[in-house]
Design a protein around this ligand. Structure first.
Ligand SMILES: [Mn+2]
Length: 391
């Protein structure tokens, strides 16, 4: 028998599909989270009936004492393969059975699925090409975020992975991966389109609910920042929501997504000058510089939930103005809940501001976007609608 332990996301479960295609029915697939991988592997190693089984561990790592036990098994003739792409697992390369490769020689990022595919092709257990090769590349694009902005199919594959019940996903993919070309069925396309429409409507609604607050934050170098933060309550589509809110609100430093149901907070940014893994640390959280998470501690509740409850959302800009349009050298006008009007106008090669009919002294911007960012950050304003200007 072949025993696979793999992560439970698209990349990890696609490793399971490859193992099934390579070894047929003689496989046992166990999908794990970072929390339960160690006890599951331990249980397996303790079970005398499993002694002869070949082991694959993909897209996830085990703790050091289990690595030592796996190595002992390997030294005694056991067949073991740990195949991963996370840089945090590079120390497994010290073992003969460890193969951790974060990047290909040409610089492209790897995924566990693409590494396992290469391994099984080399062993002669899978043939290189066809629908399978296309599928493996979609998984790699999704897992590495290389899809972003250039391959919607990879994104849709991951959507489908979450929309279908898990056994259904496997059942539907396995026969298709043995064909010449990978594509979604008509039904899947319909489901995916509906899902996308729902998501767009949800994100739109959340944009209208988002409240903006200030927070002072001192980073680990000791530099103090005044962060303007978009705060929103959301239980669904956290990554897409974080991305979209950051993209449409470049005046914000980061987006905080609150989920009171499971007492979790997500932190997302697209800016180089912000590291949300550092920011999340103050609430015992962490993650990546652009995407992190924490639990909703009482401190975090005080900081985000209470002020966001009191404040009113800034209204989104309209996109169908014909008169009051952005980058108009003669002036683009903004308003806030206090009915204060701000105008951004062009003079002497620079963008300048007039607030409540007074010129804002000593402030000018080379770029219109920077000027608008300032107006939104400091006056909480939005573009005045043409209809409202006429009245
Ligand atoms: Mn992965």
């Amino acid at each position: 028998m072949i025993q696979l332990f793999s992560h439970n996301d698209l990349d990890g479960k696609s490793c399971g599909l490859l193992i099934k295609l390579a070894y047929g029915e003689k496989v046992m697939l166990t999908y794990c989270t970072h929390d339960n991988i160690n006890p599951l592997v331990e249980q397996f190693l303790d079970d005398p009936r499993q002694k002869k089984n070949e082991v694959y561990i993909t897209d996830i790592a085990v703790k050091d004492d289990l690595a030592a036990r796996l190595d002992e098994r390997y030294q005694n003739g056991g067949k073991i393969h740990l195949i991963d792409h996370h840089a945090t697992a590079l120390h497994f390369n010290a073992y003969e059975w460890g193969s951790v490769v974060p990047r290909y020689e040409d610089g492209r990022l790897t995924a566990a699925t693409s590494l396992l595919y290469d391994h099984l092709v080399e062993k002669g257990l899978l043939k290189d090409g066809g629908a399978l090769k296309e599928y493996v590349e979609l998984v790699r694009l999704y897992d590495t975020w290389e899809w972003f902005g250039n391959n919607e199919t990879a994104k849709r594959l991951n959507d489908l992975f979450f929309l279908l019940p898990q056994d259904k996903f496997e059942e539907q993919m396995l026969p298709r991966l043995q064909g010449d070309h990978f594509e979604f069925s008509e039904t899947e396309e319909t489901i995916l389109n509906m899902e996308e429409d729902n998501r767009k409507a949800y994100i739109n609604k959340k944009q209208k609910q988002m409240v903006e607050i200030w927070d002072k934050f001192t980073d680990k170098e000791g530099t103090e920042h005044d962060y303007k933060i978009g705060v929103v309550h959301a239980e669904q589509h956290q990554s897409e929501l974080g991305n979209e809110l950051n993209r449409t609100n470049p005046h914000l430093d980061l987006i905080v997504i609150l989920n009171a149901g499971n007492k979790r907070i997500g932190y997302r940014t697209i800016h180089e000058h912000v590291d949300v893994s550092q920011y999340a640390k103050q609430f015992n959280g962490g993650g990546h510089p652009k995407a992190s998470g924490s639990t909703m501690t009482p401190d975090a509740f005080e900081k985000f939930v209470i002020p966001a409850f009191k404040d009113q959302p800034r209204r989104p800009d309209v996109h169908n103005n014909e008169e009051n349009v952005k980058e108009n050298p003669k002036g683009t006008r903004y308003i806030n809940h206090q009915r204060e009007v701000t105008s951004i106008y062009h003079e002497d090669g620079e963008w300048k501001l007039e607030h409540k009919n007074n010129i804002v002294e000593n402030l000018s911007f080379a770029d219109f976007q920077e000027a608008e960012n300032h107006v939104k950050r400091h006056y909480n304003s939005w573009l005045i609608k043409d209809d409202d200007l006429r009245n």
